[in-house]
Design a protein around this ligand. Structure first.
Ligand SMILES: C=CC1=C(C)c2cc3[nH]c(cc4nc(cc5[nH]c(cc1n2)c(C)c5CCC(=O)O)C(CCC(=O)O)=C4C)c(C)c3C=C
Ligand SMILES: [Fe+2]
Length: 424
């Protein structure tokens, strides 16, 4: 995936170029024509643009942004051509928005005075903010359980399983699954929300929103120069993550390679696991620091493993403590360490969320867990099973949603997202 600055017209530049003259214009069709004519500034390098083209979709190994809006859509039409047309329109919109441009010919305020604007407008004046938009397909897009949908017979990857029920799950169906997932990440919340809103608007009549979630803070690092952020338990999260420059780990654990799938259209793609995990914040806040560190298996202040060293020192799961291993066997780190799961790793890219309070005075807050894996059957299910059976952290968690999506590979200019699936 290419991630470099591109010479584009930024929304901020457009706004400043419109200037006071634009603001002083009278309302009406004349004003639109005049405003439109001023939107022709010289090209400018924009530093916070992530290219949406490449071998893989953006928003996976991209340096994790601070904000996220993710949505699960259900397709409401039976018409394959209509669905493909929407994916083409989405792609054009994504190409524009990720460059900080407005959606459609007329944008927010330069189109026909007698039609709804092709861009909703709330990102005018904002930069691209490293926006990435990543799409994935749920199992239900391929089959309704009895018969194929959209002529996608034979295209359902074996790896796109129905995730099982895990012990303790309190999964709400209406917050889970969906035919298509769209993850928008940016360093400005309004840019992420604008992206999802405009895709929803374009999709009206073809898709309907099944669920959505806003995340306000990253809980992972995906590049070596990023600081490890903290989750709502106050611990560093993302220390032992797969990083963008670790090509070997990415090829082994994240990207679907040739020969590793029954579906050639998935080569260069990956699978996204998305689970809303509510954290029992008030219970956690009453737990002693010793208990908190024993639950995680790491030191709260530094992120170092309880066996010693600094944040990136490998945990010594065999080191003895006064009462068994110094990193408790039921701690989160001991439970999910690759050495306990045939060496498998995942690229975690989740976000902290809060959805206000629950009416009982408790924060409805937690971690919207997102991970990208080559195959959930080997790289997620066994880990989640171990976690839900024995992890000491469970006492403080409630898994309230669940989803698995096939994330197709990236595209080149002129292609549309999902083309590999619909035209192979
Ligand atoms: C099944 C996969 C995982 C779920 C679900 C999950 C939820 C979850 N995790 C934290 C906090 C931390 N996780 C940490 C490490 C870690 N977590 C997983 C997997 C899941 N986490 C893995 C594979 C690892 C890495 C293990 C290793 O290799 O050592 C950490 C430690 C710091 C780090 O390495 O990131 C923390 C802290 C929460 C709060 C949570 C659910 C709300
Ligand atoms: Fe974790």
């Amino acid at each position: 995936m290419a991630e470099k600055s591109s010479p584009v017209f930024s929304r901020r530049l457009l706004l400043s170029s419109a200037g006071a003259g634009g603001a002083g214009l009278a309302v009406g069709a004349l004003a639109h024509a005049a405003f439109g004519s001023q939107l022709e500034p010289a090209a400018k390098k924009v530093a916070d643009v992530v290219d949406c083209h490449g071998q893989h979709q953006a928003g996976i190994t991209t340096a994790a942004q601070d904000r996220m809006h993710i949505v699960g859509f259900d397709v409401v039409t039976e018409d394959r051509a209509k669905l493909v047309a929407m994916l083409k329109e989405w792609t054009a919109a994504i190409e524009a928005m990720t460059q900080g441009k407005e959606v459609g010919e007329g944008g927010a305020a330069s189109g026909s005075y007698d039609a709804p604007p092709t861009d909703t407008g709330e990102a005018v004046g904002l930069s691209a903010a490293n926006l990435t938009v990543t799409i994935g397909f749920g199992r239900s897009l391929f089959t309704d359980g009895k018969k194929s949908r959209f002529g996608l017979e034979g295209k359902l990857p074996e790896a796109l399983i129905e995730l099982p029920h895990f012990s303790g799950d309190m999964v709400e169906e209406e917050r889970s699954h969906g035919d298509i997932v769209v993850q928008a990440c940016a360093n400005d919340p309004q840019v992420a929300v604008h992206a999802i809103r405009n895709l929803s608007r374009i999709g009206f009549g073809t898709v309907r929103v099944r669920w959505s979630q806003i995340g306000f803070g990253r809980t992972s690092k995906t590049t070596s120069d990023q600081q490890t952020p903290r989750n709502l338990f106050g611990f560093k999260d993302g220390t032992a993550n797969i990083l963008a420059d670790d090509a070997e780990a990415l090829d082994k654990h994240v990207w679907v390679g040739e020969g590793a799938t029954d579906q050639p259209w998935m080569v260069g793609g990956t699978y996204m696991v998305a689970r809303r995990i509510r954290m029992q914040i008030e219970v956690w806040d009453r737990a002693a620091l010793r208990e908190q560190e024993n639950v995680v298996g790491r030191i709260k202040s530094t992120g170092a493993p309880l066996s010693g060293g600094e944040e990136f020192t490998a945990p010594d799961l065999a080191m003895a403590g006064s009462n068994g291993p110094i990193i408790p066997a039921d701690s989160h780190v001991a439970m999910l360490h690759p050495s306990k799961h045939n060496g498998v790793q995942m690229l975690r890219r989740g976000f902290n969320y809060t959805d206000g309070s629950d009416g009982l005075g408790r924060l409805d807050a937690g971690l919207f867990f997102i991970a990208f894996v080559v195959d959930a059957r080997t790289h997620f299910v066994p880990l989640q099973k171990a976690m839900s059976a024995n992890d000491a952290m469970n006492e403080y968690l409630r898994h309230t949603s669940s989803g698995l999506y096939a994330v197709p590979p990236g595209i080149t200019q002129g292609q549309y997202l999902g083309q590999q699936l619909f035209e192979s």
